[in-house]
Design a binder for this molecule. Structure first.
Ligand code: ZN
Length: 252
């Protein structure tokens, strides 16, 4: 197998042996990778200090087919994640970027835009002028869009009719969107979604994420706006994400 080169984001690093590490990465050109970095724990290794959580690196690796780990042969650090050194909540948000990326993608899916979004999100976390709630919401909704799981914000997720334009909409995580008046009756496990939050979600769901304004976030309905996205993710993945409890502050 020939060696491949790509830009990657480090999602997880753990020891494999006295001298080696296993590294989970999300790469721009090959999607998610799991590779062994032999000798990475030695003082002088070809990986220098590149293999840190949330670092952006240019790597060289040898791809292995099937369930066998790829082999990482080189890693050059391009950017270290520094937002966490100043602010704990931003550090947690960085971990959340990695957790969501890992959970929402499968090995073999190649989506350069997902890589670009994740790297841009980590960079945004280092910008103190950007509101953390905006950064996280944009990341979540854009991930939904890129994996084809964006909820329906206007049309009823069950029957496809336009949902009624009321102050409080009904959102069903199971159906994947808002429900109309008729479908709402008898629907289980639904949430109330303020119309203003629906409008906010809609804005953050647009494909043009690079030019989104991240400076200010509405002060009302913050609990509802966190709650609906978290519930939707929990139902989609059939598990509660680890970082959600660390980010509860965002709902206040
Ligand atoms: Zn309906």
């Amino acid at each position: 197998m020939p060696a491949e080169q790509t830009d990657t984001l480090i999602l997880r690093v753990f020891p494999w042996s006295e001298t080696s590490l296993i590294v989970n990465l999300y790469s721009r050109d090959f999607g998610k990778l799991a590779a062994v970095a032999k000798g990475a724990r030695r003082p002088k290794s070809p990986f220098e200090a590149a293999l840190d959580l949330l670092s952006v690196c240019r790597v060289v690796f040898i791809a292995k087919s099937g369930d066998v780990l790829d082999i990482l042969t080189e890693a050059k650090l391009q950017k270290r994640f520094r937002a966490g050194t100043r602010n704990l909540l931003r550090l947690y948000a960085g971990y959340y970027v990695a957790e969501l990326l890992d959970r929402l993608t499968d090995k073999g899916d190649r989506q350069p835009e997902i890589y670009d979004l994740a790297v841009a999100t980590l960079a945004a976390l280092e910008e103190p002028n950007f509101e953390l709630r905006c950064i996280v919401l944009r990341y979540e909704l854009q991930m939904f869009r890129l994996i084809g799981q964006l909820p329906s914000w206007r049309k009823c997720a069950q029957c496809g009719n336009e949902a009624d334009d009321v102050e409080w909409l009904t959102f069903s995580s199971l159906s994947g969107g808002v429900l109309c008046d008729a479908c709402r009756i008898g629907a289980r496990d639904v949430l109330r979604l303020p119309r203003s939050v629906r409008d906010l979600y809609e804005r953050f769901s647009l494909a043009d994420w690079q030019s989104m304004e991240l400076e200010s976030y509405p002060s009302n309905h913050r609990a509802a706006s966190r709650g609906v996205v978290q519930h939707y993710l929990t139902v989609m993945l059939d598990r509660r994400l680890q970082m959600h409890s660390y980010l509860e502050e965002l709902g206040r």
